[in-house]
Design a protein. Structure first.
Length: 148
């Protein structure tokens, strides 16, 4: 049970608050932890008759390098504690990619921190956690993260 745990991160300290929980679970179950960050399209142009997505290659390359370095550091921290860890960077729509990676990697648990937005803030910003919760077919561990 929980041999593979998928942990979506967004680079924030709030999202990282799930890591101590995952460390405890992974240590007890000898799980492999997969850290995931989904990078969305860099820019959007809206015209009178359509919406166009485009990507600035230099900015995307810098973001990719930064994301990989961040996830590698997180994975190294877990490995230093004796936990098998790897990372994946995906492009696209965040909730969709989380679900696709969970399926592809055969994750038995998805674990993530919720920013705890409610009301209009949740409507305006959306909720990745809520989207995953509504669509996943596997166990989901959610914690409400503290802080700003």
């Amino acid at each position: 049970m929980y041999k593979t745990i998928l942990v979506p991160l967004d680079g924030s300290k709030r999202a990282e608050q799930i890591l101590p929980y995952i460390e405890a679970i992974a240590s007890m179950r000898e799980s492999t932890v997969i850290l995931l960050q989904v990078v969305e399209a860099a820019a959007l142009t809206v015209g009178p008759s359509n919406m166009l997505f485009y990507e600035e290659k230099d900015a995307s390359n810098r973001a990719l390098s930064s994301t990989k370095a961040y996830l590698e550091a997180c994975a190294d921290d877990l490995r230093a504690r004796g936990i098998a860890a790897k990372y994946i960077v995906e492009y696209g729509i965040v909730v969709q990619r989380i679900l696709e990676v969970a399926e592809r990697e055969k994750a038995e648990l998805i674990a993530m921190a919720s920013h705890g937005r409610t009301g209009l803030a949740r409507v305006f910003y959306g909720s990745v956690a809520a989207g995953v919760m509504q669509q996943t077919d596997r166990p989901l561990l959610l914690i409400r993260s503290a802080g700003s």
